[in-house]
Design a protein around this ligand. Sequence first.
Ligand code: ADP
Length: 444
Amino acid sequence: MKELFGKAIFFIKENPGIIYSLVLVLFIPIAIFFNTIYAVDRFQGNIDTITQTKAVLAENIISLMAVNSLDAPDQLQKMIERITLENTEIEKFEILVPNPEQNGFKIIASLNPENENADSFEIKNSLAWNLREGIANLNSNNNGRFWEITKIMLDENNQKKALISLAFSLNDSDALVDSTINHSYLVLILTVLVVLLLVSNQARLFGYALTLSKLKEIDQVKDNFISMASHELRSPLTAIKGYLEFFREKNEDKVDPESHKYLENISLSVGRLGSLVNDILEVSRLESNRIPINIVALDPRPIIIGSIQEIKSQAIAKGLELIFLPSETPKIKADPERLKQIVINLLSNSIKYTPTGKVEVSTKVKSKELLITVADTGIGISAEDQLSLFQKFSRIQNEKTRDVVGTGLGLWITMELAKKMKGNIAVESIEGVGSHFTIHMPLA
Ligand code: ADP
Protein backbone atom coordinates (compact mmCIF):
# COMPACT_ATOMS: atom_id res chain seq x y z
CA MET A 1 0.00 0.00 0.00
CA LYS A 2 2.79 2.35 1.06
CA GLU A 3 4.72 1.40 -2.06
CA LEU A 4 1.70 2.09 -4.26
CA PHE A 5 1.20 5.49 -2.64
CA GLY A 6 4.89 6.27 -3.17
CA LYS A 7 4.60 5.28 -6.83
CA ALA A 8 1.56 7.53 -7.26
CA ILE A 9 3.39 10.49 -5.70
CA PHE A 10 6.41 9.83 -7.93
CA PHE A 11 4.18 9.68 -11.02
CA ILE A 12 2.50 12.99 -10.11
CA LYS A 13 5.91 14.59 -9.50
CA GLU A 14 7.14 13.35 -12.86
CA ASN A 15 3.95 14.36 -14.67
CA PRO A 16 2.48 17.43 -12.94
CA GLY A 17 -0.03 17.79 -15.81
CA ILE A 18 -2.05 14.95 -14.27
CA ILE A 19 -3.00 17.29 -11.39
CA TYR A 20 -5.02 19.34 -13.86
CA SER A 21 -7.03 16.22 -14.77
CA LEU A 22 -7.59 15.35 -11.12
CA VAL A 23 -8.76 18.88 -10.33
CA LEU A 24 -11.13 18.68 -13.28
CA VAL A 25 -12.51 15.32 -12.10
CA LEU A 26 -13.09 16.43 -8.54
CA PHE A 27 -13.61 20.17 -8.59
CA ILE A 28 -16.06 20.67 -11.45
CA PRO A 29 -18.70 18.08 -10.38
CA ILE A 30 -18.42 19.19 -6.71
CA ALA A 31 -18.80 22.87 -7.70
CA ILE A 32 -21.80 22.07 -9.91
CA PHE A 33 -23.36 19.92 -7.16
CA PHE A 34 -23.12 22.63 -4.49
CA ASN A 35 -24.26 25.30 -6.89
CA THR A 36 -27.36 23.23 -7.71
CA ILE A 37 -28.16 22.66 -4.03
CA TYR A 38 -27.69 26.37 -3.25
CA ALA A 39 -29.79 27.52 -6.24
CA VAL A 40 -32.62 25.09 -5.43
CA ASP A 41 -32.58 26.12 -1.77
CA ARG A 42 -32.75 29.81 -2.65
CA PHE A 43 -35.52 29.11 -5.13
CA GLN A 44 -37.60 27.30 -2.51
CA GLY A 45 -36.97 30.06 0.06
CA ASN A 46 -38.15 32.70 -2.41
CA ILE A 47 -41.29 30.78 -3.30
CA ASP A 48 -42.11 30.34 0.42
CA THR A 49 -41.71 34.08 1.05
CA ILE A 50 -43.86 34.93 -1.98
CA THR A 51 -46.59 32.55 -0.82
CA GLN A 52 -46.47 34.01 2.69
CA THR A 53 -46.79 37.58 1.36
CA LYS A 54 -49.68 36.48 -0.84
CA ALA A 55 -51.40 34.85 2.13
CA VAL A 56 -50.96 37.92 4.36
CA LEU A 57 -52.32 40.16 1.60
CA ALA A 58 -55.34 37.89 1.12
CA GLU A 59 -55.99 37.89 4.86
CA ASN A 60 -55.79 41.69 5.04
CA ILE A 61 -58.32 42.07 2.25
CA ILE A 62 -60.68 39.43 3.62
CA SER A 63 -60.55 40.85 7.13
CA LEU A 64 -61.41 44.33 5.83
CA MET A 65 -64.41 42.89 4.01
CA ALA A 66 -65.52 40.61 6.82
CA VAL A 67 -65.11 42.84 9.90
CA ASN A 68 -68.55 44.42 9.44
CA SER A 69 -70.31 41.08 9.12
CA LEU A 70 -69.10 39.56 12.40
CA ASP A 71 -72.62 39.53 13.83
CA ALA A 72 -73.91 37.68 10.75
CA PRO A 73 -71.96 34.36 10.86
CA ASP A 74 -74.12 32.85 8.07
CA GLN A 75 -72.97 35.56 5.72
CA LEU A 76 -69.32 34.96 6.75
CA GLN A 77 -69.74 31.24 6.21
CA LYS A 78 -71.02 31.82 2.66
CA MET A 79 -68.14 34.18 1.96
CA ILE A 80 -65.62 31.55 3.16
CA GLU A 81 -67.23 28.93 0.96
CA ARG A 82 -67.10 31.18 -2.10
CA ILE A 83 -63.49 32.23 -1.51
CA THR A 84 -62.24 28.69 -0.90
CA LEU A 85 -64.11 27.36 -3.93
CA GLU A 86 -62.01 29.55 -6.22
CA ASN A 87 -58.77 29.32 -4.22
CA THR A 88 -58.06 25.68 -3.70
CA GLU A 89 -54.71 26.31 -2.02
CA ILE A 90 -56.60 27.55 1.10
CA GLU A 91 -56.72 24.49 3.36
CA LYS A 92 -58.08 26.08 6.52
CA PHE A 93 -60.17 29.22 6.94
CA GLU A 94 -61.58 30.22 10.31
CA ILE A 95 -62.94 33.39 11.86
CA LEU A 96 -62.80 33.41 15.63
CA VAL A 97 -64.11 35.83 18.25
CA PRO A 98 -62.93 36.06 21.83
CA ASN A 99 -64.89 34.02 24.35
CA PRO A 100 -64.15 35.65 27.71
CA GLU A 101 -66.21 33.09 29.64
CA GLN A 102 -64.04 30.20 28.41
CA ASN A 103 -60.88 32.32 28.34
CA GLY A 104 -60.32 31.36 24.71
CA PHE A 105 -61.87 31.89 21.27
CA LYS A 106 -65.02 30.67 19.55
CA ILE A 107 -65.07 29.74 15.84
CA ILE A 108 -67.95 31.61 14.20
CA ALA A 109 -67.27 30.63 10.57
CA SER A 110 -65.06 27.90 9.15
CA LEU A 111 -64.14 26.03 5.99
CA ASN A 112 -65.14 22.89 7.91
CA PRO A 113 -68.67 23.64 9.18
CA GLU A 114 -68.36 20.95 11.91
CA ASN A 115 -65.81 23.23 13.64
CA GLU A 116 -68.33 26.04 13.91
CA ASN A 117 -69.24 27.21 17.40
CA ALA A 118 -66.36 25.12 18.74
CA ASP A 119 -64.10 26.67 21.31
CA SER A 120 -60.44 27.10 20.53
CA PHE A 121 -57.76 27.32 23.19
CA GLU A 122 -54.80 27.36 20.88
CA ILE A 123 -51.92 29.41 22.26
CA LYS A 124 -51.10 30.86 18.85
CA ASN A 125 -54.57 32.49 18.76
CA SER A 126 -53.92 34.23 22.08
CA LEU A 127 -50.51 35.27 20.81
CA ALA A 128 -51.94 36.65 17.56
CA TRP A 129 -54.59 38.56 19.56
CA ASN A 130 -51.77 40.43 21.26
CA LEU A 131 -49.61 40.99 18.16
CA ARG A 132 -50.77 43.55 15.60
CA GLU A 133 -48.82 41.99 12.73
CA GLY A 134 -50.21 38.51 13.47
CA ILE A 135 -48.26 35.25 13.41
CA ALA A 136 -47.19 33.06 10.53
CA ASN A 137 -46.01 29.45 10.89
CA LEU A 138 -44.60 27.16 8.25
CA ASN A 139 -46.07 23.74 9.12
CA SER A 140 -46.54 20.42 7.48
CA ASN A 141 -48.94 17.50 7.75
CA ASN A 142 -49.84 14.42 5.69
CA ASN A 143 -51.08 16.65 2.86
CA GLY A 144 -47.79 18.54 2.61
CA ARG A 145 -46.38 21.88 3.73
CA PHE A 146 -48.54 24.97 4.41
CA TRP A 147 -48.36 28.48 5.82
CA GLU A 148 -50.67 29.08 8.76
CA ILE A 149 -51.33 32.78 9.29
CA THR A 150 -53.42 34.20 12.09
CA LYS A 151 -54.21 37.92 12.37
CA ILE A 152 -56.50 40.18 14.29
CA MET A 153 -59.43 41.88 12.56
CA LEU A 154 -59.73 45.57 13.42
CA ASP A 155 -62.82 47.74 12.90
CA GLU A 156 -62.76 51.33 11.59
CA ASN A 157 -61.87 52.53 15.10
CA ASN A 158 -58.89 50.23 15.24
CA GLN A 159 -60.64 48.08 17.86
CA LYS A 160 -59.77 44.37 17.96
CA LYS A 161 -62.84 42.46 16.90
CA ALA A 162 -61.91 38.96 15.83
CA LEU A 163 -59.18 36.66 14.57
CA ILE A 164 -58.87 35.38 11.04
CA SER A 165 -56.82 32.21 10.57
CA LEU A 166 -55.89 30.83 7.17
CA ALA A 167 -53.74 27.86 6.07
CA PHE A 168 -52.25 28.24 2.61
CA SER A 169 -51.07 25.02 1.00
CA LEU A 170 -47.58 25.02 -0.56
CA ASN A 171 -48.28 21.86 -2.56
CA ASP A 172 -48.30 23.57 -5.96
CA SER A 173 -45.08 25.46 -5.37
CA ASP A 174 -43.49 22.35 -3.79
CA ALA A 175 -44.40 20.35 -6.90
CA LEU A 176 -42.79 23.11 -8.98
CA VAL A 177 -39.67 23.06 -6.79
CA ASP A 178 -39.54 19.27 -6.98
CA SER A 179 -39.68 19.29 -10.76
CA THR A 180 -36.99 22.04 -10.84
CA ILE A 181 -34.83 19.97 -8.49
CA ASN A 182 -35.28 16.90 -10.68
CA HIS A 183 -34.34 18.91 -13.77
CA SER A 184 -31.31 20.36 -11.98
CA TYR A 185 -30.11 16.94 -10.87
CA LEU A 186 -30.58 15.63 -14.40
CA VAL A 187 -28.47 18.52 -15.74
CA LEU A 188 -25.94 17.86 -12.95
CA ILE A 189 -25.66 14.17 -13.89
CA LEU A 190 -25.30 15.06 -17.59
CA THR A 191 -22.63 17.67 -16.79
CA VAL A 192 -20.71 15.21 -14.63
CA LEU A 193 -20.88 12.68 -17.48
CA VAL A 194 -19.60 15.29 -19.95
CA VAL A 195 -16.79 16.24 -17.54
CA LEU A 196 -15.86 12.56 -17.12
CA LEU A 197 -15.82 12.22 -20.90
CA LEU A 198 -13.62 15.30 -21.20
CA VAL A 199 -11.34 14.00 -18.51
CA SER A 200 -10.99 10.60 -20.16
CA ASN A 201 -10.14 12.48 -23.36
CA GLN A 202 -7.74 14.65 -21.42
CA ALA A 203 -6.11 11.53 -19.97
CA ARG A 204 -5.70 10.16 -23.48
CA LEU A 205 -4.29 13.49 -24.70
CA PHE A 206 -2.02 13.47 -21.68
CA GLY A 207 -0.78 10.04 -22.77
CA TYR A 208 -0.17 11.37 -26.28
CA ALA A 209 1.65 14.41 -24.91
CA LEU A 210 3.84 12.10 -22.83
CA THR A 211 4.60 9.95 -25.87
CA LEU A 212 5.26 13.06 -27.94
CA SER A 213 7.71 14.49 -25.45
CA LYS A 214 9.45 11.07 -25.25
CA LEU A 215 9.55 10.94 -29.06
CA LYS A 216 11.00 14.45 -29.15
CA GLU A 217 13.67 13.36 -26.67
CA ILE A 218 14.50 10.31 -28.79
CA ASP A 219 14.50 12.47 -31.91
CA GLN A 220 16.92 14.84 -30.25
CA VAL A 221 19.19 11.94 -29.26
CA LYS A 222 19.00 10.66 -32.85
CA ASP A 223 19.82 14.13 -34.25
CA ASN A 224 22.77 14.48 -31.91
CA PHE A 225 24.02 11.03 -32.86
CA ILE A 226 23.69 11.69 -36.62
CA SER A 227 25.39 15.04 -36.29
CA MET A 228 28.23 13.59 -34.20
CA ALA A 229 28.63 10.49 -36.41
CA SER A 230 28.66 12.57 -39.64
CA HIS A 231 31.27 14.91 -38.19
CA GLU A 232 33.40 12.00 -37.07
CA LEU A 233 33.06 10.33 -40.48
CA ARG A 234 34.09 13.46 -42.33
CA SER A 235 37.61 13.62 -40.90
CA PRO A 236 38.71 10.07 -41.91
CA LEU A 237 37.03 10.55 -45.31
CA THR A 238 39.00 13.74 -45.93
CA ALA A 239 42.15 11.90 -44.86
CA ILE A 240 41.45 8.97 -47.24
CA LYS A 241 40.77 11.43 -50.08
CA GLY A 242 44.04 13.28 -49.36
CA TYR A 243 46.16 10.13 -49.13
CA LEU A 244 44.55 8.81 -52.33
CA GLU A 245 45.48 11.97 -54.23
CA PHE A 246 48.95 11.89 -52.70
CA PHE A 247 49.41 8.22 -53.70
CA ARG A 248 48.18 8.91 -57.24
CA GLU A 249 50.50 11.86 -57.70
CA LYS A 250 53.49 9.92 -56.42
CA ASN A 251 52.83 6.68 -58.27
CA GLU A 252 51.15 7.96 -61.44
CA ASP A 253 53.59 6.21 -63.79
CA LYS A 254 54.17 3.14 -61.59
CA VAL A 255 50.51 2.06 -61.43
CA ASP A 256 49.38 -0.56 -63.95
CA PRO A 257 46.02 -0.01 -65.75
CA GLU A 258 44.12 -2.51 -63.54
CA SER A 259 45.31 -0.91 -60.31
CA HIS A 260 44.52 2.46 -61.84
CA LYS A 261 40.91 1.26 -62.28
CA TYR A 262 40.83 0.13 -58.66
CA LEU A 263 42.11 3.50 -57.53
CA GLU A 264 39.50 5.18 -59.68
CA ASN A 265 36.75 3.09 -58.03
CA ILE A 266 38.08 3.85 -54.54
CA SER A 267 38.07 7.54 -55.37
CA LEU A 268 34.47 7.36 -56.68
CA SER A 269 33.27 5.47 -53.62
CA VAL A 270 34.99 7.87 -51.26
CA GLY A 271 33.34 10.74 -53.15
CA ARG A 272 29.90 9.10 -52.85
CA LEU A 273 30.39 8.40 -49.18
CA GLY A 274 31.49 11.99 -48.68
CA SER A 275 28.40 13.42 -50.34
CA LEU A 276 26.14 11.03 -48.38
CA VAL A 277 27.75 12.15 -45.12
CA ASN A 278 27.41 15.80 -46.17
CA ASP A 279 23.73 15.34 -47.09
CA ILE A 280 22.93 13.58 -43.81
CA LEU A 281 24.69 16.32 -41.87
CA GLU A 282 22.75 18.95 -43.79
CA VAL A 283 19.43 17.17 -43.10
CA SER A 284 20.21 16.95 -39.41
CA ARG A 285 21.15 20.66 -39.31
CA LEU A 286 17.98 21.67 -41.16
CA GLU A 287 15.76 19.56 -38.92
CA SER A 288 17.20 21.04 -35.76
CA ASN A 289 17.21 24.57 -37.21
CA ARG A 290 20.98 24.82 -36.94
CA ILE A 291 21.49 26.34 -40.40
CA PRO A 292 21.96 30.10 -40.22
CA ILE A 293 20.02 31.91 -42.96
CA ASN A 294 21.06 35.50 -43.70
CA ILE A 295 18.53 37.01 -46.04
CA VAL A 296 19.68 40.08 -47.97
CA ALA A 297 18.63 41.89 -51.15
CA LEU A 298 20.83 40.49 -53.89
CA ASP A 299 21.30 40.29 -57.65
CA PRO A 300 20.89 36.58 -58.54
CA ARG A 301 22.77 36.85 -61.87
CA PRO A 302 26.34 36.42 -60.47
CA ILE A 303 25.10 33.54 -58.29
CA ILE A 304 23.55 31.73 -61.28
CA ILE A 305 26.62 32.36 -63.46
CA GLY A 306 28.95 31.29 -60.61
CA SER A 307 26.98 28.06 -60.10
CA ILE A 308 27.09 27.28 -63.83
CA GLN A 309 30.87 27.85 -63.88
CA GLU A 310 31.36 25.58 -60.88
CA ILE A 311 29.46 22.69 -62.39
CA LYS A 312 30.29 23.19 -66.06
CA SER A 313 33.01 20.50 -66.06
CA GLN A 314 30.41 17.83 -65.17
CA ALA A 315 28.23 18.88 -68.12
CA ILE A 316 31.20 18.92 -70.50
CA ALA A 317 32.23 15.46 -69.25
CA LYS A 318 28.81 14.18 -70.33
CA GLY A 319 28.80 16.14 -73.58
CA LEU A 320 25.88 18.30 -72.47
CA GLU A 321 25.27 21.93 -73.32
CA LEU A 322 24.85 24.07 -70.18
CA ILE A 323 23.72 27.65 -70.77
CA PHE A 324 22.17 30.67 -69.08
CA LEU A 325 19.55 32.21 -71.33
CA PRO A 326 19.73 36.02 -71.28
CA SER A 327 16.77 37.16 -69.17
CA GLU A 328 15.86 39.78 -66.56
CA THR A 329 17.25 39.37 -63.04
CA PRO A 330 15.87 41.97 -60.64
CA LYS A 331 17.00 41.91 -57.01
CA ILE A 332 15.54 39.25 -54.73
CA LYS A 333 15.53 38.54 -50.99
CA ALA A 334 17.70 35.48 -50.30
CA ASP A 335 20.77 34.11 -48.57
CA PRO A 336 23.47 34.10 -51.34
CA GLU A 337 25.16 30.92 -50.12
CA ARG A 338 21.93 28.98 -49.76
CA LEU A 339 20.64 30.18 -53.13
CA LYS A 340 23.84 28.97 -54.75
CA GLN A 341 23.44 25.62 -52.97
CA ILE A 342 19.92 25.28 -54.41
CA VAL A 343 20.94 26.24 -57.96
CA ILE A 344 23.95 23.89 -57.91
CA ASN A 345 21.79 21.06 -56.57
CA LEU A 346 19.21 21.46 -59.35
CA LEU A 347 21.91 21.84 -62.01
CA SER A 348 23.74 18.77 -60.75
CA ASN A 349 20.48 16.75 -60.82
CA SER A 350 19.72 17.91 -64.36
CA ILE A 351 23.20 16.89 -65.51
CA LYS A 352 22.92 13.58 -63.64
CA TYR A 353 19.56 12.66 -65.15
CA THR A 354 20.16 13.97 -68.72
CA PRO A 355 21.97 11.48 -70.93
CA THR A 356 22.03 13.74 -74.04
CA GLY A 357 20.93 17.25 -74.95
CA LYS A 358 21.14 20.37 -72.84
CA VAL A 359 20.49 22.07 -69.54
CA GLU A 360 19.25 25.66 -69.65
CA VAL A 361 18.81 28.23 -66.88
CA SER A 362 16.39 31.12 -67.38
CA THR A 363 14.66 33.68 -65.16
CA LYS A 364 11.28 35.38 -65.25
CA VAL A 365 9.39 37.85 -63.02
CA LYS A 366 5.88 36.76 -61.99
CA SER A 367 3.67 38.43 -59.36
CA LYS A 368 6.28 39.72 -56.87
CA GLU A 369 8.51 36.66 -57.42
CA LEU A 370 11.54 35.84 -59.51
CA LEU A 371 11.30 32.40 -61.10
CA ILE A 372 14.66 30.73 -61.79
CA THR A 373 14.09 27.69 -64.00
CA VAL A 374 16.54 24.86 -64.59
CA ALA A 375 15.27 23.00 -67.69
CA ASP A 376 16.76 19.81 -69.06
CA THR A 377 16.13 17.37 -71.88
CA GLY A 378 16.64 14.41 -69.56
CA ILE A 379 14.80 11.26 -68.60
CA GLY A 380 11.88 13.19 -67.04
CA ILE A 381 9.73 12.16 -64.07
CA SER A 382 6.29 10.49 -64.19
CA ALA A 383 3.32 12.34 -62.63
CA GLU A 384 3.10 9.67 -59.93
CA ASP A 385 6.79 9.96 -58.98
CA GLN A 386 6.53 13.76 -58.90
CA LEU A 387 4.20 13.44 -55.88
CA SER A 388 6.93 12.05 -53.59
CA LEU A 389 9.87 13.86 -55.18
CA PHE A 390 10.57 16.25 -52.30
CA GLN A 391 10.35 13.66 -49.55
CA LYS A 392 13.41 12.51 -47.64
CA PHE A 393 15.25 9.54 -49.21
CA SER A 394 12.85 9.53 -52.16
CA ARG A 395 14.64 8.04 -55.19
CA ILE A 396 12.95 6.96 -58.37
CA GLN A 397 13.87 3.37 -59.07
CA ASN A 398 13.77 2.41 -62.73
CA GLU A 399 15.95 1.27 -65.60
CA LYS A 400 17.15 4.79 -66.39
CA THR A 401 18.07 5.77 -62.83
CA ARG A 402 19.64 2.45 -61.86
CA ASP A 403 23.21 3.50 -62.59
CA VAL A 404 22.92 7.05 -61.27
CA VAL A 405 24.24 7.43 -57.74
CA GLY A 406 22.45 9.57 -55.20
CA THR A 407 21.03 9.71 -51.69
CA GLY A 408 17.48 10.89 -52.35
CA LEU A 409 18.11 13.79 -49.96
CA GLY A 410 19.09 16.55 -52.41
CA LEU A 411 15.59 17.73 -53.37
CA TRP A 412 14.36 17.59 -49.75
CA ILE A 413 17.31 19.78 -48.66
CA THR A 414 16.71 22.12 -51.61
CA MET A 415 13.01 22.54 -50.79
CA GLU A 416 13.68 23.11 -47.07
CA LEU A 417 16.29 25.78 -47.87
CA ALA A 418 13.91 27.50 -50.31
CA LYS A 419 11.12 27.50 -47.72
CA LYS A 420 13.44 28.92 -45.05
CA MET A 421 14.01 31.87 -47.43
CA LYS A 422 10.21 32.26 -47.93
CA GLY A 423 10.52 30.74 -51.39
CA ASN A 424 9.41 27.52 -53.04
CA ILE A 425 10.36 24.99 -55.70
CA ALA A 426 7.99 23.63 -58.35
CA VAL A 427 8.48 20.86 -60.86
CA GLU A 428 7.04 20.22 -64.30
CA SER A 429 8.20 17.12 -66.11
CA ILE A 430 7.30 14.70 -68.88
CA GLU A 431 8.81 11.24 -68.83
CA GLY A 432 11.26 10.80 -71.68
CA VAL A 433 11.13 14.50 -72.63
CA GLY A 434 12.71 16.41 -69.76
CA SER A 435 12.15 18.32 -66.53
CA HIS A 436 11.74 21.95 -65.47
CA PHE A 437 12.61 22.73 -61.84
CA THR A 438 11.60 26.30 -60.93
CA ILE A 439 12.85 28.19 -57.86
CA HIS A 440 10.36 30.87 -56.65
CA MET A 441 12.05 33.67 -54.68
CA PRO A 442 10.42 36.87 -53.34
CA LEU A 443 11.49 40.10 -55.07
CA ALA A 444 13.40 42.57 -52.92
P1 ADP B 1 19.38 12.04 -55.60
O1 ADP B 1 20.51 12.15 -54.68
O2 ADP B 1 18.84 10.65 -55.74
O3 ADP B 1 19.58 12.73 -56.88
P2 ADP B 1 17.37 14.03 -55.14
O4 ADP B 1 16.56 14.31 -53.95
O5 ADP B 1 18.19 15.12 -55.67
O6 ADP B 1 18.19 12.76 -54.80
O7 ADP B 1 16.37 13.56 -56.26
C1 ADP B 1 15.39 12.60 -55.98
C2 ADP B 1 15.02 11.83 -57.20
O8 ADP B 1 14.38 12.68 -58.13
C3 ADP B 1 16.20 11.31 -57.94
O9 ADP B 1 16.59 10.05 -57.45
C4 ADP B 1 15.72 11.25 -59.36
O10 ADP B 1 15.11 10.03 -59.62
C5 ADP B 1 14.69 12.34 -59.44
N1 ADP B 1 15.19 13.56 -60.12
C6 ADP B 1 15.71 14.66 -59.57
N2 ADP B 1 16.05 15.59 -60.48
C7 ADP B 1 15.74 15.06 -61.66
C8 ADP B 1 15.84 15.52 -63.03
N3 ADP B 1 16.34 16.72 -63.34
N4 ADP B 1 15.40 14.70 -64.01
C9 ADP B 1 14.90 13.48 -63.71
N5 ADP B 1 14.78 12.97 -62.47
C10 ADP B 1 15.20 13.76 -61.46
